[in-house]
Design a protein around this ligand. Structure first.
Ligand SMILES: [Fe+2]
Length: 331
């Protein structure tokens, strides 16, 4: 019996639809990085590779928790984290696959974890911001621990509720221990450190003369400088190895439950290419993760020489940091 024409036609359509679904490779990315930093590169990735990418945007911590809750059934192939802590949490949960050793040449060890289950796409450094007209660089402290001294009383701005600050405190706990970190927080508070809501407010407070220096991320200053060549605020780094020079990263991991790992690897390789690296530098003034990008090399190499020696997986222990900040009345 001959099927009705329209049934035959929709049958063909259904066949084509199913066939196309199977044929077109597809990746699902959970992204804690915001759309403006992800979409332009993903569009280019799709155009160049023919691989379709579905992106779920959200808060970095929220998405990491979602992946853990979804377990082996998670639709995510890739996690793009805003910070190393959430990658460390997924690593500890065995959610990430080990990456091939040859994935990135010239990648400094700071930009991956020792087990090689995630890889950084860009970095940002903690710095001490100061007004070049009001503070001579020689007067600036060698260690972040010096900021508790009487000479800095009431002169330091910080942002205890800010995620980057909290990651830094977690790093201090990892390198100096809980005891010393809690003591530093207490002494900073006792020394009149002024709390601001975010990094931009800290810089505005320095400009306004409310405080003399502030603990912030480097790119806020670089961004303001690029918009205004006469910008009076500059970055100071502490002595080599000081935890105040922490580099935190945004980075990528592939879920061990993914059955599209080959495509996911292509995605990571793509985000490590020069144009993608330059995009992060140009759009948000972050550091690239490779040292063969010309002009930025010296800056990045200088930063890598002074950054503390720390396994960034340790940044996952945010809960205890939040508890400590509440204990010390900073949250
Ligand atoms: Fe930020």
């Amino acid at each position: 019996m001959v099927p009705h024409k329209s049934i035959l036609f929709s049958g063909i359509l259904l066949f084509l639809f199913v066939f196309t679904e199977v044929a077109a490779a597809q990746l699902t990315v959970y992204s804690g990085r915001n759309r403006a930093l992800v979409e332009p590169l993903v569009n280019r990735f799709e155009a160049e590779t023919g691989i379709n990418v579905r992106i779920r945007y959200g808060g970095t911590t929220q998405l990491a928790v979602a992946i853990m809750e979804e377990g082996r059934r998670s639709p995510a192939d890739i996690f793009w984290s805003q910070d190393a802590g959430a990658l460390g949490a997924l690593h500890a949960n065995s959610s990430l696959m080990k990456l091939p050793e040859n994935l990135a040449d010239n990648l400094p060890p700071q930009f991956t974890n020792p087990d090689y289950t995630w890889i950084a796409t860009s970095g940002r450094a903690r710095v001490l911001a100061y007004d070049v007209n009001r503070t001579d660089v020689t007067a600036l402290p060698e260690s972040i621990f010096d900021l508790t001294k009487p000479e800095w009383r009431g002169k330091v701005g910080w942002a205890p509720s800010n995620a980057s600050f909290q990651s830094f405190v977690t790093a201090m706990r990892a390198t100096e221990g809980d005891e010393r970190t809690r003591e530093w927080l207490r002494q900073m508070k006792a020394n009149g450190a002024v709390a601001y809501n975010n990094n931009n407010s800290i810089l505005q407070a320095i400009e306004a003369g409310e405080v003399l220096v502030g603990l912030t991320n480097h790119y806020y200053i670089d961004r303001a400088k690029s918009a205004n060549p006469n910008y009076v605020i500059s970055s100071h780094s502490f002595e080599a190895g000081d935890v105040g020079n922490l580099i935190n990263v945004a980075g990528l991991g592939i879920l061990s439950s993914s059955n599209r790992q080959a495509e996911a690897l292509k995605f990571i390789e793509f985000m490590l290419q020069d144009f993608a690296q330059q995009f992060f530098m140009n759009e948000v003034f972050e550091y690239p993760v490779k040292i063969d990008l010309g002009e930025s090399d010296r800056m990045l190499e200088g930063m890598l020489e002074i950054t503390p020696d720390i396994n960034l997986d340790a940044l996952r222990d945010l809960d205890e940091t939040l508890r400590m900040l509440r204990q010390t009345d900073l949250l």
